[in-house]
Structures are given as structure tokens and as C-alpha cells.
Ligand binder design. Structure first.
Ligand code: GDP
Length: 462
């Protein structure tokens, strides 16, 4: 157990019904007692897991700061496994800040971002995959993304990882036995058997790696750019999508100009539209934001929605843009099919020839036709027709994926060593390395700075 006691405001610093200040550590209850006076129940320390009504009081002045409810959750049955006290204040920045200030004055230390979850991990309540799932739950933008994170929190991925670790460890033990004793004396040991078992682990790792592409989309959203020459209907399409599908608007500060990212929910897939501010401000994502900028947005995009005007012939401007995007994954959006000439969709053949792998969808942004079809096309392109495996395990975290790739590489080397007839001493090095790579996923093998890095990504109070 860690010996200092930490505290932080665990809810957003904004107006709301309630706001919570959380304290965790060996002094949590003593510290709470210095700032909290119960209205009637003076024996609250003994009443575990109950809400106690009272006031936060500044002892120096005797002034009441807020009327609150306090919950006393002694370890180990708490979020961090330490003694935890949460004080439900009124949700306003001033009572929350003042309450926190008094708690810090009474001996707690301000928690770093993610420090409560880090303690839960260090005290063995959560493995890393579950701790990381918590941040994904907080950041989920659609129900499917939430479902994925909740499944990870429930330990589905943790179980898979454990199974791989156990299998690798048992292989390591066997190979090490073969190092210490003559091979024919170790029952179960034969290079062929070991090779076969490593092959199975490797296949399992690969199927998790395969799930990661879709997992990443659910976790981070599909970065999408709408592109096309002026007047083809990009802003019209954007507006229809926003009206129907908008999930969340986030501002990304710290760039030269604030980029507005809109998150759409397309059939459960979170789609992050890049540079929507550019489209709206200028009515054109290509021309007016400059070629360099548009190249950059195309570069960052997982998906391109290329809009062309179906009612006119393709021209050199369209073709230039096609050249920019042809190596990306995308959907061709033929807009304005409501127009007389649009219904004939004269550009179809030419476009199929130029972008043979891109699905094509005909829409009218004006009449809001074809939008559902566009949505289905995007979802199909992303999922390859698969639905989100409700009970299967999916890797959604890039860190986890990278560790699996590393592990697979070590397994390949181990198998190669066996095939070359190398000694068990050499073979076991790679198997151990694979075991360590997988161990970093759940934190059973991990260094302090990796832990610090992971939890630094959390918000304060979590
Ligand atoms: P952008 O420059 O690509 O963003 O194009 P806009 O969305 O500003 O649209 C340019 C013009 O085309 C506007 O006058 C729109 O009303 C019109 N427009 C957009 N979509 C359609 C459509 O589906 N059908 C028709 N008939 N007009 C459209």
C-alpha cells in the first residue's frame, strides 16, 4: 500500500447538481473528519458504505462551506483498495475548490491525473487492460464503443491475455526443464510439440491483432474527411449528416486555429469528421484551405468521402482531387442526383475506372436522399460486413496491439530456432521475450515508466 493520501475533484468543474471530491489513502478518513461535521450521526466513521449527511466546515473560521453527503468506503472494498472517502458537494466550481483546498490543508496531496486508477492497478484490484478500459468508457462516443470498453472492463480481454501468458509460461517451464535435464528424461518435451504449441499461441495472438483495426475505429473514431471541388455540395452533405447523426462536438485547442471535430454516429461507428470548420468557413475543403492543408487532412484520414457533382461532367479539377485521394480508402459520393442531368449520372463509368475499389453512392444532399445508403456503405467498408462481436474479444488499444505484434515476432523467432534445431537454451530466450511482451499488456510484467505513461492519459480525479 502507498503511504500518502491523495485527493482531487472527481467530477467536471462546471455547474451541475452535484460534484464529488474524492480522497484515497491511509489517512482518508482522518482527513475527512477534519473538514466534515455530520448533522446528527457523530459515529459515521463506523458506518461503512452509507451516506452521511453533514457540512464541510472551515475549521479556522468555523464557516460552513457546503451542505454535503459523505460516503465512507474503507479498503479493500473500494475503487483503489485503500480507504476512500467521497464528498458529494453541490456541483459548482467554488464549493468544490474550497472543499478540496481544506482537504489538502488537512494533509492530503493533490492527485495526479489517473492516480486513483493507478493505485487500483498497483494494489491489484485491476489489471492494466481493465484500468485502460475505464478511460475508454469515459471517452466512448457511441453505444457500440461503450459496449466494447465495458466488455474489456469486465475482463474479457484480461482472460484471453491470461490464457496466453499461462500457456507461454508452461512452455517456458518445459523448455527450461529440458535445459536442466537430458531431453529424453523430460516427459512431454519434444521440439515438435513445443513448436506446435507456439504455433497455436501465435494464431491466437494474430486473431487479436486482426480485431485491432476495427477496435481502434470504435475506440478512437474513424477519421474522415469530406473532399471535393467547390460547389459540389460538401457543406450541404455535412449539414445533413450533422443534423441527423451528430453525436458530439469537440474543440481541439492548441492548434494554430481551433479545429472543430464533429463526431457522427454512423450505424454505431463513431466517425470523426476532420476539418469541418474549414468546410463551413469557406464552403470548400480543398481550394480555400490550401493544397498543403488539404493534403494533410487527407493524410490523417482513415476514410475519404469524395463528393462530385453528378449533374455535370467530370473536369480536371475533379481529376486532380482524385489523384490526391486514389490511394486512400474512400467512398465516392455522387451528389445532386435530383437534378435532371444528375439522374443520368453521367460520370459513373469514368469514376469506376479511376477509383475501381471505391464504392459509389448516389445522393441528393438537398432532398436528403441516399443518406441512409451512404451510412450503410461506410459501415460496411469499415467492418467488412462483420458486426461488432458482442461476446467476442476485441483489441481496441494500440498499445495492446503493438505488444501482441512484438510477441508474435518473438514466437516466430522461437519457432525458427526450433526448426533450425537450435538448443533449448536458445529457444527459450525468444519464448520468454514473447511472454514478457504479452505480460506488458495486463501489467504482470511492466516497468514503472510505462505505468506512469499509461495513467498520465487519464483525467484528474479518475
Ligand atoms: P460546397 O462548396 O461543396 O460546400 O457546396 P455547397 O454545399 O455549398 O453547395 C453548393 C450549391 O449546390 C448550393 O447552392 C447547394 O444548395 C447546391 N446543392 C448541394 N447539394 C445539392 C443537391 O443534392 N441537389 C441540388 N439540386 N443542389 C444541391
Amino acid at each position: 500500500m502507498l503511504d500518502d493520501t491523495i485527493a482531487a475533484i472527481a467530477t467536471p468543474l462546471a455547474e451541475g447538481g452535484i460534484g464529488i471530491v474524492r480522497i484515497s489513502g491511509p489517512q482518508a478518513i482522518d482527513i475527512a473528519e477534519k473538514v466534515f461535521i455530520p448533522v446528527s450521526n457523530s459515529l459515521w466513521r463506523k458506518q461503512k458504505y452509507k451516506l452521511v449527511y453533514g457540512h464541510v466546515v472551515d475549521n479556522r473560521t468555523g464557516k460552513i462551506i457546503d451542505e454535503v453527503l459523505l460516503s465512507n468506503m474503507p479498503g479493500p472494498k473500494s475503487y483503489t483498495r485503500e480507504d476512500v472517502v467521497e464528498i458529494n458537494c453541490h456541483g459548482g466550481p467554488v464549493p468544490l475548490r474550497k472543499t478540496l483546498e481544506l482537504i489538502l490543508g488537512a494533509g492530503a496531496r493533490l492527485a495526479e491525473p489517473g492516480e486513483f486508477s493507478k493505485r487500483a492497478f498497483l494494489n491489484g484490484r485491476l489489471d492494466l487492460t481493465r484500468a485502460e478500459a475505464i478511460i475508454d468508457i469515459i471517452r466512448a462516443t457511441t453505444e457500440d464503443a461503450l459496449q466494447l470498453a465495458v466488455s474489456q472492463l469486465s475482463g474479457r480481454l484480461a482472460q484471453e491475455v491470461d490464457a496466453i501468458l499461462n500457456e507461454l509460461l508452461s512452455v517456458v517451464v518445459l523448455v527450461e526443464a529440458a535445459i536442466d535435464f537430458p531431453e529424453d528424461e523430460v516427459e512431454d518435451y519434444s521440439p515438435e510439440r513445443i513448436n506446435e504449441r507456439l504455433g497455436k499461441v501465435s494464431a491466437k495472438a494474430q486473431s487479436l491483432i486482426d480485431s485491432a483495426e476495427m477496435g481502434k475505429v470504435y475506440r478512437e473514431g474513424l477519421r474522415t474527411v469530406i473532399i471535393g471541388k467547390p460547389n459540389v455540395g460538401k457543406s450541404s452533405l455535412l449539414n445533413v449528416l450533422l443534423r441527423e447523426k451528430r453525436a458530439i462536438v469537440t474543440e481541439v485547442p492548441g492548434t494554430t486555429r481551433d479545429i472543430i471535430e464533429e463526431i457522427l454516429n454512423l450505424g454505431g461507428v463513431p466517425v470523426v469528421l476532420i476539418d469541418t470548420a474549414g468546410i463551413r468557413k469557406t464552403g470548400d475543403a480543398v481550394e480555400k484551405i490550401g493544397v498543403a492543408r488539404s493534403l494533410e487532412s487527407i493524410d490523417r484520414a482513415d476514410l475519404v468521402l469524395m463528393v462530385v457533382d453528378a449533374s455535370t461532367e467530370l473536369d480536371s479539377e475533379d481529376e486532380e482531387i482524385i489523384d490526391l485521394v486514389k490511394n486512400k480508402r474512400g467512398v465516392l459520393v455522387l451528389n445532386k442526383i435530383d437534378l435532371e442531368a444528375g439522374s443520368a449520372v453521367k460520370n459513373k463509368n469514368q469514376l469506376t475506372f479511376k477509383l475501381p475499389h471505391w464504392p459509389m453512392v448516389e445522393i441528393s444532399a438537398l432532398l436528403e436522399q441516399g443518406i441512409k445508403k451512404l451510412e450503410q456503405t461506410v459501415v460496411e467498408l469499415v467492418t467488412g460486413g462483420q458486426v461488432l462481436p458482442r461476446d467476442g474479444v476485441m483489441v481496441s488499444n494500440v498499445r495492446h496491439r503493438n505488444q501482441l505484434v512484438k510477441a508474435k515476432e518473438h514466437l516466430r523467432e522461437a519457432q525458427e530456432a526450433i526448426n533450425l534445431g537450435l538448443t533449448p537454451e536458445l529457444v527459450v530466450i525468444d519464448i520468454r521475450a514473447a511472454w514478457e511482451a504479452v505480460g506488458e499488456i495486463n501489467g504482470s510484467v511492466i516497468t514503472e515508466d510505462i505505468v506512469d505513461k499509461i495513467f498520465a492519459d487519464f483525467c484528474i480525479g479518475k
